[in-house]
Design a protein around this ligand. Structure first.
Ligand SMILES: Cc1cc2nc3c(=O)[nH]c(=O)nc-3n(C[C@H](O)[C@H](O)[C@H](O)COP(=O)(O)OP(=O)(O)OC[C@H]3O[C@@H](n4cnc5c(N)ncnc54)[C@H](O)[C@@H]3O)c2cc1C
Length: 248
């Protein structure tokens, strides 16, 4: 049974787009999810399209926003002093250290993992997501689409960069099976002079922004072996209150 049939490293975004328009071609960033998946035998096999030669690994300050290329590694978040300290801390909490040096910001946004504290941090940092040959979209809107069963799937194009607000201060409150485990639920909050934003992980198909005044409104968390829906709802209310208290 074939698995990976071809490896492409395009030198332009347009070329990458053309390659990805072919059947069974998959975009490769850090590969932490794609490589194990692509190596599984399948009837058709896959061709991978690696973005690493496109120069999407730049970090730039643009007035009060930080622009992170889609191929910026999570490890870079922790070492680049232009990255807000709170986001650097959230990067440190994501993935084992070896995988952080491979996994990218673009891959994290595209994967939209339910338990990603970094994604929750990007939400409260008012992140917008830039696509090649497509509209720039607020991360919150992109993730809302991913939670919609009728629209779930890939992010809708090649992500080239994300732009994050740099001001304000943030905090995180978590409950996990152990301190080193991925949290069952996390509340991530950021306060600036003009706004308070709160995001939760572990209560929906992706992290999501919630109303700081009523954080569990309309939530129906999924149950699994790590926690029932009721337990997750209880954690969400408790952790949101803790995070709000720190920022009050
Ligand atoms: C052991 C282990 C632990 C993990 N722990 C966590 C965790 O704690 N939190 C978490 O959130 N995730 C976790 N993950 C999932 C995953 O590794 C992360 O979401 C990671 O950040 C994906 O980034 P990547 O660059 O490796 O993406 P890849 O594996 O290269 O790609 C992932 C998906 O995103 C798409 N993609 C990548 N880049 C782009 C782009 N620029 N534009 C459009 N689509 C793109 C790919 O086509 C693919 O569908 C874990 C995975 C493993 C194997």
């Amino acid at each position: 049974m074939p698995s990976v049939l071809a490896y492409h490293r395009p030198l332009s975004l347009d070329d990458a787009g053309v390659l990805l328009s072919n059947p069974n071609h998959v975009l490769l960033a850090g590969g932490t999810m794609v490589v194990p998946w692509a190596r599984k035998p399948s009837d058709e096999g896959v061709s991978v399209v690696d973005l690493q030669a496109l120069g999407l690994d730049q970090v730039e300050l643009d007035e009060d926003r930080l622009v992170l290329g889609a191929m910026v590694r999570l490890g870079t978040l922790m070492t680049d002093d232009r990255v807000p300290g709170f986001l650097a801390d959230l990067g440190r909490r994501e993935l084992p250290s070896t995988l952080r040096n491979a996994a990218t910001i673009g891959g994290t946004v595209a994967a939209a993992e339910r338990d990603s504290v970094l994604l929750a941090g990007l939400l409260v940092h008012d992140t917008s997501v830039v696509f090649h040959a497509g509209p720039t979209r607020p991360l919150a809107e992109l993730l809302a689409d991913r939670r919609d069963p009728g629209r779930a799937g890939q992010p809708g194009g090649i992500i080239t960069e994300v732009s994050v607000a740099t001001d304000g201060s943030g905090t995180i409150a978590v409950t996990g099976r152990t301190p080193a485990d991925v949290p069952i639920v996390a509340a991530v909050a950021r306060r600036t002079t003009s706004q308070l934003r709160l995001a939760l992980t572990g209560v929906a198909a992706t992290p999501l922004l919630v109303d700081p005044e009523d954080p569990t409104a309309d939530l129906t968390p999924p149950s699994d072996f790590r926690g029932s829906s009721e337990y997750r709802l209880h954690l969400a209310a408790t952790l949101a209150a803790r995070a709000m208290e720190v920022l009050s």
